[in-house]
Design a protein around this ligand. Structure first.
Ligand SMILES: [Zn+2]
Length: 342
């Protein structure tokens, strides 16, 4: 048996319960969770944004888990036992045309998400498909490594596959003080771009500046000049806020040949598109969804090499998780939060 948090009703904070530790099926692994990321996406998942069927409950949330494999099914190599790992968040099939092409984020037979359709890291043990396991260097700190499977990976996908960021680029990140944004500004710089981080809180702007990006107060998009640099407006705008104002600013501010990258999935949001501006600028609007498995491995390398610094504004044991949730809801957390089972 184990004690951990489970969602018992979608839209309500998870409840501390005692329940059984699962045993792995033939192609699964049992993971002892060492740490789990706590961010806005977990709150969205708990709210039922990605699935809200009653049949999926109770469910242990937490999709950014880091731990050690402690048991494997009969079809899984025994050498995985004892290894430090993280997990790919999407329950991809591994055999459809997109998966075979290495684009697991577009899996045509997606089985859902860790922490929504299978139990995640808000409990000390979980069982997951072996194909979702991604090896990490054993020396990597588990709490620091919780930024790898989503925050850093998502940023790598934006820079590498979607916007194809390079040394000629000027990248503006809207919502740069949040869990993904604070890693996005680092990854964009690593890919060679000049980077500006837009946010509204003083401590977030300080963190953005400390990481070498240009801090920009963005409380009022209507009054925000697109010319953030002497050399011109952004060539890439990455929007983590997803409001009509932020999307409007992104589309009117991006320079010639520019790319606007959208990552938010709010329902019923309508944004105005100016086709003339799009044509005159030869601009592109791009959706970006998570990362490929290979990009999660790259993200792990970048963190292990110290090229991307994990920014975790709050770490706590299980008793403090509710407080981290509250800081996220009120936008008072710089970077990611983390739950440590140590
Ligand atoms: Zn697939």
């Amino acid at each position: 048996m184990q004690d951990g948090y489970r969602i018992v009703e979608w839209g309500v904070d998870p409840v501390w319960q005692t329940f059984e530790v699962g045993s792995p099926g033939s192609d699964e692994v049992l993971i002892q969770v060492e740490a789990c990321g706590v961010g806005l996406t977990v709150l969205n998942m708990i709210r039922g944004d990605l699935a809200d069927e009653r049949a999926k409950l109770p469910r242990v949330p937490g999709h950014e888990l880091v731990g050690r494999v402690v048991a494997v099914g009969t079809a899984v190599p025994r050498e995985l036992v004892g290894r430090r790992i993280t997990t790919y968040v999407y329950l991809y099939c591994g055999s459809c045309a997109e998966c075979v092409a290495g684009l697991e984020d577009r899996c045509l037979r997606l089985g859902g998400y860790v922490g929504v359709h299978r139990d995640g890291g808000y409990a000390p043990y979980t069982v997951l498909p072996a194909r979702n396991v991604i090896r990490l260097p054993d020396a990597l700190d588990p709490v620091a490594a919780t930024v790898i499977p989503d925050a850093v990976s998502t940023s790598v996908h934006v820079c590498r596959s979607r916007a194809r960021v390079g040394p000629d680029d000027r990248v503006a990140v809207i919502g740069a003080g949040g869990g993904v944004g604070i890693h996005m500004i680092q990854v964009a710089a690593m890919y060679g771009a000049r980077v500006a981080g837009l946010d509204v809180e003083a401590d977030k702007l300080e963190a953005i500046e400390a990481l070498g990006a240009l801090p920009v107060m963005s409380a009022d998009f209507a009054g925000l000049n697109a010319r953030l640099w002497d050399s011109g407006p952004p060539t890439v705008v990455v929007d983590f806020l997803g409001s009509p104002d932020s999307l409007g600013w992104a589309m009117t501010s991006v320079g010639a040949g520019g790319r606007v990258v959208v990552l938010t999935t709010f329902r019923d949001l309508v944004a105005v598109l100016d086709p003339r501006l799009l044509v005159m600028n030869e601009a592109s609007i791009l959706g970006s969804r998570y990362a490929t498995r290979h990009e999660v491995e790259l993200a792990a390398d970048f963190v292990a090499q110290g090229r991307v610094q994990p920014i975790i504004g709050a770490t706590s044991g299980p008793a403090g998780v509710g407080e981290i949730h509250e800081r996220l809801r009120t936008r008072r957390l710089v970077g990611r939060g983390a739950l440590s089972w140590a």
